[in-house]
Design a protein around this ligand. Structure first.
Ligand code: INI
Length: 158
């Protein structure tokens, strides 16, 4: 029978880094709240979590890269919000953060989670920051825990 690996939603002694954008702080503070709640409810203590605030989405990938380079974190959770109605360079900001977060994860060989709300209106952003669309920050944190868990199992394969 094939061996399958599944990551449990259980935090061990590993540390998590969170990068969060001040731009659209009304939304991102709620994403942060969701991520912290998720990490703690799955076993993390405050001293296992470091939160780094940056000016906007554009600055998130570099901060994630620097956090990853410390070697102290098992995963980095990136949280920001890009709302089309508020910016004439929506596409550029979205492209930068999407490509940047992907690159940082692969280069650092770490789970770097995309907890970025990209949408047309403030109402849609609110929906995804704790209203009827759930909380993308919590989802990103759950994804980080699961990724750390499942990747950690690779070393035990015989
Ligand atoms: N940053 C965001 O996180 N979301 C946005 O919607 C946004 N808009 O609308 O422009 C935004 N801009 C700031 C940008 O990320 C940088 O912080 C800024 O350009 C300085 O480099």
């Amino acid at each position: 029978m094939a061996q399958e690996l599944h990551g449990a939603l259980k935090v061990g002694s590993e540390r998590y880094g969170i990068v969060v954008s001040r731009f659209n702080e009304f939304i991102t503070s709620r994403l942060l709240g969701g991520a912290l709640d998720c990490l703690k409810r799955h076993g993390a203590n405050d001293d296992q979590i470091t939160v780094m605030w940056v000016p906007g989405s554009f600055e998130v990938p570099l901060a994630a890269q620097r956090m990853a380079a410390t070697g102290k974190f098992a995963a980095i959770i990136c949280l920001s919000a890009v709302i089309r109605g508020q910016t004439d360079h929506y596409e550029q900001v979205c492209q930068q953060i999407t490509r940047g977060i992907g690159e940082v994860g692969l280069k650092a060989n770490l789970p770097v989670m995309f907890g970025v709300v990209t949408c047309d209106t403030l109402e849609q952003a609110i929906d995804r920051a704790g209203a009827k669309g759930g909380n993308l920050g919590a989802a990103a944190a759950a994804g980080a825990i699961e990724s750390v868990q499942v990747l950690g199992q690779l070393g035990a394969i015989k």
